[in-house]
Design a protein around this ligand. Structure first.
Ligand code: MG
Length: 390
């Protein structure tokens, strides 16, 4: 049988660095065994057809309680080293013959779906792809307890997992490398001459090796999408002028009016201000850079699409919205009757509870261009929580 991608979760180690008698992958993390988080994250990913754990059969009872209720392939026995465990896991998939395989450390419980996406996507082009992060610390070479020099960190990355490969190629590479003591599957692939692409990992995708790491993972989970978090704010402002028409688009709603707002897209001035606020908080430019008005693709475009794009940029970075506050400035149409629906629509677009969304309307007391009824202005503030620096 040929299936798309299977994930192997390597969890056969005994975790000597962690201390205690329970192997670290079965330690409690936020009320569940650490390994369960890793298995569940991959099992829930739509790009993964099956998940198999490679375990130490002495820990079978621990495994069974960690995996209870999850839809997984039966576990297989690992070997004396991580490399041997990965090879045995790969060999166990021969009947299934998946096209692709992702190999993941069981001790990385918080792997974000976006990181899995990036590895799978890169495999469209490359025979291998791994999640990794650029090295940001200055590196020292030690000799006799003192620094013997600074190592240039340019071009250096820290490898994470998942590491993805074409199944037949990585199986052959592992068989070739048996006994070579390589520290990850990418090294096995490299030794076989396979090119391995680096895609952006995540600080959240940490490997739990010490009790401090476990505390860090707990803190990430306690903080939702990412803690220790960085709170960032962005503001947006937009204006569209009135022209002939019979409705305006505001906050994704079609509101009847005796004029329309003019613009290249659907001229939803409120969603434009909000999109710019989100992009501002991300330091990701402005709406015109992402969706140039000169590009015919965005003619009459639904502005919800612009906002969703900003949301995706945020999600890719592991962020979430804390709240947004939007003010629409015009004399007419009267917006009070539409306010509840506007809040609901913006909340739905942002996949947020309505209590985190504020939509207000004001006039300018007849003053200025909005006062003269020449157009509508909108301003927005978005406050986001982003994962802290790696
Ligand atoms: Mg605009």
């Amino acid at each position: 049988m040929m299936v798309g991608a299977v994930a192997l979760v390597v969890a056969a180690g005994r975790g000597e660095r962690f201390g205690g008698t329970l192997p670290k992958q079965y330690e409690d993390l936020a009320g569940q065994p650490l390994l369960r988080h890793s298995l569940a994250a991959l099992a829930a990913h739509p790009g993964i057809a099956g998940v198999r754990a490679v375990i130490n059969m002495d820990d079978l009872a621990h495994y069974q309680s960690a995996a209870a209720g999850l839809d997984l392939l039966a576990p297989v026995a690992g070997g004396a080293s991580r490399q041997e465990s990965a090879r045995r896991g790969l060999e166990s998939l021969e009947d299934l013959a998946p096209e692709r395989v992702l190999i993941h450390d069981g001790a990385r419980p918080l792997v974000p779906a976006t990181v899995v996406d990036r590895v799978l996507q890169a495999l469209d082009e490359a025979p291998g792809a791994i999640a990794a992060l650029p090295v940001t610390d200055t590196l020292k070479r030690e000799q006799n307890g003192v620094s013997a020099g600074t190592v240039d960190r340019a071009g250096l990355w820290r490898a994470q997992t998942p590491q993805g490969f074409r199944y037949a190629e990585i199986l052959a590479a592992h068989r070739e490398a048996a006994g070579a003591e390589l520290t990850d599957d990418a090294a096995v692939a490299e030794q076989a001459g396979l090119s391995v692409a680096l895609v952006e990992g995540s600080p959240r995708n940490l490997k739990v090796t010490t009790p401090d790491d476990l505390a860090q993972a707990e803190s990430y989970l306690a903080g939702g999408a990412g803690a220790p978090a960085e709170v960032r704010t962005g503001s947006g402002f937009d204006v569209h002028r009135f022209g002939p028409g019979d409705h305006v688009n505001l906050c994704g709603l079609r509101i009847p009016h005796d004029q329309a707002l003019l613009g290249h897209s659907d001229a939803d001035v409120a969603l434009h201000a909000l999109t710019d606020a989100m992009l501002g908080a991300l330091g990701a430019g402005d709406i015109g850079q992402h969706f140039p008005p000169s590009d015919p693709r965005w003619r009459d475009a639904d502005s919800a699409r612009f906002l969703r794009h900003a949301c995706e940029l945020m999600t890719t970075r592991g962020g979430r919205i804390l709240n947004v506050d939007l003010t629409v400035i015009c004399e007419r149409p009267k917006l009070a009757p539409h306010r509840t629906e506007m809040v609901a629509r913006v909340a739905a677009l942002l996949e947020l509870e309505p209590a985190r969304v504020s939509v207000k309307a004001t006039t300018t007391e007849g003053l200025g261009f909005t006062g003269r009824g020449e157009g509508i202005a909108a301003q927005a503030i978005a406050t986001l929580s982003l994962p802290g620096r790696p």
